[in-house]
Design a protein around this ligand. Structure first.
Ligand code: PHE
Length: 532
């Protein structure tokens, strides 16, 4: 199914629209602030004993479901096709093999201690559920610098720092608005508002001078740095709107941290994003069967039957009272399953977009030579984002994500990047780094690239549901098919976030628990009736 480019670009914008409406309602007192996160389902100990659940997939959703069910005494089995847990949470280290459909296998050769978060790579502070597991399981976190005004925007021949791009844009716009207010152009809209007060704000916001003009500001950085003695410093000359607008990152790239989930400081586990998945795994190790590929799903009156091939290739069969299926729908649609027709249709309708990363090991020239400590740089090229490593500051080497392309700026360009072969992706990534850090691209070594669309058992970044699909197909998958429940980021409004996977797992666990408790009391009631 084709998703329009507009829908793609609105992926983030819509979230912004929602939060803007939400915040203004909150400000007007129409809403109370949201209730605090209630925490994971608090199932009574032993309440699940005698009941079994098979969980398909050991990504975050599957691991969380297994963890909570086990605590309540359910007999749990997790089937995972890969030889590792985490799913789309995937950290690549030296020695790891990277398998991509339609591409030669790659062997990662990073030095010890260096890694690439080839999947999930950032957690915002309000994602309580995933952060709750990190806290409970004592996974050490560090700040992940998501927005850094020192990181650059790839403006053609001459890259510009975020500080300059953001503040010159703001200054120019603010000056226009101040002029309109001054000339009375907005008088009708501003009836009853103190114009002088508005101008006070605009001067502060846009760094306007006392004539309400934008003549540049040291917010945009120094042309000549300030220092000791006579060095008073000189601000950069401001860019014009003409110079600023003509790039794909115009708009979103300049206000990225205003997206409700994209904060300037975010979090990452120290040592790799897979640390959280690994910590949950440690608590359910005996329950997880790696190398177990689901081949067939069958619903029964009182349970579910799964046929899978185990790590030796042998075919095996497993029955359980319930199943939680967390496979990405892009994968699930190829599995032989006797789902109800509307469930089948919902699974088939999901659109998964690709996403690509390119990582290099390198001397940390971005820190040592250019004072860029973390954050993102943006380019109009199809590689979209350069992502500097956070943590291990001033170490000699680091892994630079020279390309992170997921459709933030242009879905078609991003899809194009995903279709490129290794050498073309590397060439573009190197060219972008060369522009942002002249003379340094030759220091980039040991390249690796992943595209989630080409990653077996992922086959895409995430499910992109349209508003119409949310009403029908998505809503259908939020309900079980017989005794099969669905979970994963695709069963949430937190698309492509671990938080969505965790919350959907909590929903599935809670629903199964309610049903199991209902069935148990029905049975004991029946027993009493028969005994009487
Ligand atoms: N959560 C991921 C990120 O931070 C992926 C994502 C892509 C999220 C697109 C929302 C939209 O980049």
């Amino acid at each position: 199914m084709a998703v329009t480019r507009r829908a793609f670009l609105e992926r983030v914008g819509r979230a912004g629209g929602y939060s803007a409406v939400y915040l203004s309602m909150l400000g007007l007192g129409l809403l109370r602030s949201p209730a605090a996160y209630a925490g994971p389902p608090d199932l009574p100990e032993g309440s699940g004993s005698g009941r079994s659940v098979v969980v398909l997939g050991a990504g975050i959703a599957g691991l969380v479901a297994a963890y909570e069910l086990k605590r309540a005494g359910y007999q749990v089995t997790v089937l995972e096709a890969r030889d590792r847990v985490g799913g789309r949470v995937w950290t690549v280290r030296g020695g790891d093999r990277i398998v991509q459909t339609g591409m030669a296998d790659q062997r990662c050769a990073f030095d010890d201690g260096l890694y690439l978060n080839a999947g999930a790579a950032r957690i915002p502070s309000q994602h309580h559920a995933i952060l709750g597991y990190a806290r409970r399981l004592k996974v050490p976190l560090e700040v992940m610098v998501n927005v850094n005004r020192a990181a650059r925007f790839d403006y053609g021949e001459s890259p510009v720092t975020g500080a300059q791009a953001v503040n010159d844009t703001r200054g120019r716009f603010t000056e226009l608005l101040a002029k309109a207010i001054d000339k009375g152009a907005l008088d009708r809209e501003l009836t009853g508002v103190d114009k002088a007060k508005l101008l006070d704000y605009l001067r502060a916001y846009g760094a306007l001078d006392d004539k309400n003009l934008y003549e540049g500001s040291n917010r945009s950085g120094w042309a000549e740095a300030a220092g000791a003695h006579a060095r008073r410093g000189a601000a950069r000359r401001p860019l014009t709107l003409q110079q600023l607008v003509d790039y794909r990152f115009w708009g979103l790239g300049l206000i990225f941290e205003e997206d409700v989930d994209q904060q300037a400081p975010m979090f990452q586990p120290i040592g790799g994003m897979d640390r959280i998945a690994e910590a949950i795994h440690a608590a359910v190790k005996p329950e997880v069967r790696l190398g177990s590929l689901v081949r067939q799903i069958r619903k029964g009156e009182n349970g579910v039957a799964i046929v899978y091939s185990d790590s030796t290739g042998a075919e095996r069969r497993l029955e359980a009272d319930f199943a939680i299926c967390t496979l990405p729908l892009s994968v699930l649609r190829k599995v032989d399953a006797d789902f109800a027709p509307d469930v089948k249709a919902a699974v088939n309708s999901a659109f998964y977009f690709p996403g690509t990363k390119v990582g290099f090991e390198s001397r940390r020239f971005w820190e040592q030579d250019d004072s860029v400590y973390g954050g993102l740089a943006w380019t109009s090229r199809p590689s979209e984002v350069v992502w500097y490593p956070s943590g291990d500051w001033n170490a000699t080497k680091g892994v630079l994500v020279a390309a992170y392309s997921v459709g933030f700026l242009d879905s078609e360009e991003s899809e194009k990047f995903a279709r490129m072969g290794l050498s073309e992706r590397l060439a573009i990534s190197r060219a972008v780094i060369e522009r942002l850090h002249p003379g340094r691209s030759r220091e980039l070594t040991k390249p690796v690239t992943v595209n989630w669309g080409q990653t077996p058992h992922s086959e895409g970044v995430a499910a992109l549901w349209s508003d119409e699909q949310r009403q029908r197909e998505y809503a259908r998958l939020c309900r079980p098919d017989g005794r099969i429940y669905f979970a994963g980021e695709h069963i949430s409004y937190l698309m492509a976030w671990q938080e969505g996977a965790v919350l959907s797992a909590h929903e599935a666990v809670t629903a199964i628990h309610k049903r199991a408790a209902g069935e148990a009391s029905l049975r004991s009631g029946l027993r009493r009736t028969l005994a009487a």
